[in-house]
Design a protein around this ligand. Structure first.
Ligand SMILES: Nc1nc2c(ncn2[C@@H]2O[C@H](COP(=O)(O)OP(=O)(O)OP(=O)(O)O)[C@@H](O)[C@H]2O)c(=O)[nH]1
Ligand SMILES: Nc1nc2c(ncn2[C@@H]2O[C@H](COP(=O)(O)OP(=O)(O)OP(=O)(O)O)[C@@H](O)[C@H]2O)c(=O)[nH]1
Ligand SMILES: [Mg+2]
Ligand SMILES: [Mg+2]
Lengths: 278, 292
């Protein structure tokens, strides 16, 4: 903010641009700035740094959620399902999460539930090799619900700790594909009534305001329990998450910070907020 | 939607004879909001609004149109102009195969677009050669091979242990020998800030001398579109843009951002997951989609 000390029109405009540039979106930006400018007008804030800190506090307040992640101890097998639009990083994230559970000594089974896209099953199979875990993989064109069924059923029978289901990328605007997702959830529920224990929406940090529509539709179809935001190793800030968490009250579980098996971090609202402004 | 909002906002201008700085101020704010909601980069939006303002001020309120209609016509025309002309033809090679490099960020839709480009051009009489040059992503080579097989088109036999630049060179030689006139190179997704991987593309370009370098971008990309596109363009001097996932409800403001920062033509849009889902780009359609 150009080394200014006092708060004036130019400073507020600079802050607005910083927020917009981080994909926070015009509406959420306006809400955040309203909270802040009223404090400025009441003379509670006198310099730029204080202003920036208040904005950060407001953002962290929205993002920080104390919702515990269901653990392997509580449910066995723990059933995780990954959903989201095309190309966001679902399959890669599953590889990373499987490896993490493996490092913690758990028995992991993957379900290659994307039976639609070319080489999707081969791609997840490669990740199961890297993560050193088992996988239920059938062939392209098979009903994805049957893969889910088989994976969860095997996990119960052979006492796996975690079963992680991949699904095909799908645009939230495609009613038949969203219906297919509902069916997968119903099928899993037949075997374990309170499963899937985690339905994770994967969002790409480079996505703009459309992420809000994605969250809305996927939540309606599959009752989301968490969000993973990928590709935060790029220059996109992923600020759209603020509006999403504010509106839908869904916690962010992990962030993806690269293409390697170790490139997964637990979500930290304060770190995320600091990097919005870096 | 925007035109309804503007009709309301500008209703009072009807009796005033002319669009002035004062009476269009509210309307400019509405357009700014629409552009930002559509993910147009905030700097690009600012520049766009300045040009709309300078075009609009002083315009006589014409008899047949309401001020709202007139203003929105200016906005629409200005946006359509900025998007560039419809132009889906590939630059052709003077002798030997036409070479196209397909580049972009992770997950944008490059591999599927190479399949779609092959299909599109095969139907136009080309003999395409699909070249998998992504040796990093698990099963990337399989993915392109499966697409090529479904189209009954030849696919270069790349393997993961090869170097992408060498793959491209070998494929070009193979195409020449086999009289294939369109070489479509699928590259690995990469971040514009990964200097090593950007350098790999730079090397590939130097050695393979492509007629086209197409930047594949996801229609739902947000503000970062300007950074990615500018870096790729500065590094490679792109020849065209391909926008994917236009079958969704993303407004596609990234198209304007990318166009504004690169000045390169948007050549194609992908509108679905099937191989036939590739269309020529129409500026007026995307302009009205962005405005919402
Ligand atoms: N830089 C970076 N790339 C990532 C990250 N996560 C995934 N990717 C890359 O994004 C691309 C798409 O990842 P996938 O795992 O295939 O995405 P997907 O959601 O399963 O895609 P579909 O199944 O086709 O919908 C791949 O090139 C991944 O390596 C991340 O955190 N950072
Ligand atoms: N609905 C829809 N999906 C698309 C479109 N284009 C690509 N996809 C899907 O987007 C996902 C990613 O496509 P890919 O072709 O694998 O993307 P990529 O750029 O090659 O990915 P990386 O090689 O990992 O960087 C796949 O699920 C595709 O089927 C499109 O126009 N519409
Ligand atoms: Mg996948
Ligand atoms: Mg690819």
């Amino acid at each position: 903010l150009l080394g200014k000390k006092e708060i004036d029109e130019e400073v507020l405009e600079g802050l607005e641009e910083a927020l917009l540039g981080a994909d926070i979106g015009p509406e959420t930006t306006e809400q955040i700035l309203e909270v802040v400018t009223s404090r400025v007008e009441r003379q509670e804030l006198r310099d730029v740094n204080a202003l920036r800190e208040v904005i950060k506090e407001e953002i962290v307040r929205i993002l920080h959620k104390e919702v515990p992640i269901p653990t392997v101890v509580d449910r066995k097998p723990l059933v995780l399902m990954f959903v989201g639009v095309n190309g966001v990083g679902k399959t890669t994230t599953i590889g990373k999460i499987a490896a993490q559970y493996r490092r913690d000594g758990h028995r992991v089974l993957m379900g290659a539930g994307d039976t639609f896209r070319a080489a999707a099953i081969e791609q997840l199979t490669e990740w199961s090799c890297r993560a050193e875990c088992d996988i239920i993989a059938k062939s392209q064109g098979v009903d994805p619900s049957s893969v889910m069924y088989e994976a969860v059923e095997k996990a119960v029978r052979e006492e796996y700790d975690v079963v992680i289901c991949d699904t095909a990328g799908r645009l939230h605007t495609k009613k038949n594909l969203m219906e297919e997702l509902r069916k997968m959830v119903r099928v899993i529920r037949k075997i374990i009534p309170d499963a899937p224990h985690e339905v994770l929406l994967v969002l790409d940090a480079t996505t703009g305001q459309n992420a809000i529509f994605q969250a809305r539709e996927f939540r309606e179809a599959a009752d989301l329990t968490g969000i993973v935001m990928t590709k935060l190793d790029g220059t996109a800030k992923g600020g759209v998450i603020i509006g999403i968490v504010n509106e839908f009250d869904i916690p962010v579980r992990y962030i993806g910070v690269g293409e390697g098996i170790e490139d997964l971090r637990p979500y930290d609202a304060k770190q995320f907020t600091d990097s919005l402004f870096s | 939607n925007l035109s309804q909002k503007l009709t309301t906002t500008l209703r009072k201008v009807r009796g005033q004879g002319r669009l002035t700085e004062t009476n269009i101020d509210e309307s400019l704010k509405e357009v700014k909001m629409a552009l930002l909601e559509a993910d147009v980069n905030f700097r690009v939006a600012k520049a766009f609004l300045r040009s709309v303002k300078s075009r609009a001020i002083g315009e006589e309120v014409q008899g047949s149109l309401t001020p709202g209609q007139q203003f929105i016509k200016i906005v629409n025309d200005e946006l359509t102009n900025m998007m560039g002309a419809s132009n889906e033809s590939l630059a052709r090679s003077e002798n030997g195969p036409t070479v196209v490099m397909v580049v972009g960020l992770q997950g944008a839709g490059k591999t599927s677009s190479v399949g779609k480009l092959a299909n599109y051009h095969a139907q136009k009489g080309f003999s395409p050669y699909l070249v998998p040059a992504d040796v990093y992503r698990p099963a990337a080579i399989d993915q392109l091979r499966i697409l090529a097989d479904s189209l009954h088109l030849p696919c270069h036999p790349s393997t993961k242990d090869q170097n992408p630049v060498e793959i491209a060179l070998a494929a070009l030689e193979s195409a020449k020998i086999n009289n294939l006139d369109l070489v479509l190179i699928d590259t690995a997704g990469r971040l514009h800030i990964d200097s090593q991987l950007m350098d790999e593309l730079h090397q590939m370009r130097q050695l393979v001398n492509p007629q086209e370098i197409l930047f594949v971008a996801d229609a739902m990309t947000g503000q970062d579109a300007v950074n990615m596109a500018k870096s790729f363009n500065d590094e490679l001097d792109l020849t065209g843009i391909l926008l994917t996932k236009m079958d969704g409800d993303a407004r596609g403001g990234a198209a304007l951002s990318i166009r504004a920062v690169t000045q390169k033509p948007i050549k194609f849009i992908a509108v679905g997951e099937k191989l036939e889902n590739l269309e020529a780009f129409h500026p007026e359609r995307i302009a009205s989609r962005i405005l919402g």
